[in-house]
Design a protein around this ligand. Sequence first.
Ligand code: ADP
Length: 262
Amino acid sequence: MNLGVIFELQNVRKVYKMGTERVIALEDISLTFEEGKTYCLLGTSGSGKSTLLNLLAGLEKPTSGSIKFKGRPLEKLSEKQLTLYRQGYIGFVFQSYNLLPTLTALENVTLPLIFRKIGSFKRKKAAFKMLKAVGLGKRWRHKPHELSGGQQQRVSLARAFVNEPQVIFADEPTGNLDTKTTFEMMDLITGMARERGQTLIIVTHDTEISDYADQIIQMRDGLIESIKENERKISHENEEINGNNPGDSADSGVDATDAGGE
Ligand code: ADP
């Protein structure tokens, strides 16, 4: 299969100034990411993984070098254009879920659609469909504190995918989850990205997580130590992903009209 290039990095360097000191977060990174593949940025704390993710997401600019998204250099975009780039093309999953505590699961999932000015009914319908896809259809009214950690992370997955972004960034997505929930979460996120043909870039220090990726990019001290195609990739092709996940098998028949009732 001939996959298109989604990100192309050339000699990317990121240096932070801390008073008189300079911290070299990324030394000299040249890399290509292809559409529809799952990548893992693997490395110990301080190796530069999150910095690289922030640059790809246009949250920070490189000190030098170029980052192209589908041929367009991100470093040349204005802040407004970068915001539109993130809203239109990127979904985020964080270690700490980053859900708004006063909103229900459904309302949290609708947030990226509000920013894109999609109407209320359509928003709720899309959010409800996505909550069902992550196995939480019957929990749409729950607030984050009424959900387990694994369920909160599923809500955040639904929020990341609801926009149908081309790229999903997941920064230590299972860092706060127990082992069993971690594997369920990894099956779910990699399965959803694969089904939708999305590029998934996961940041982790955990080799059990990196085994889910097509390609493992090992980082050390702001440099790429190695890039490996993952022959042993964990793949759970036979598991049903949509709407019937472990721990939520008795999903209710609540529909989007009900969810969007008020
Ligand atoms: P990782 O995600 O692999 O733990 P980071 O990308 O967070 O690594 O950090 C790489 C290096 O850059 C570290 O030495 C870190 O202290 C430094 N760093 C990251 N962000 C900043 C910042 N905003 N200001 C100063 N130094 C930073």
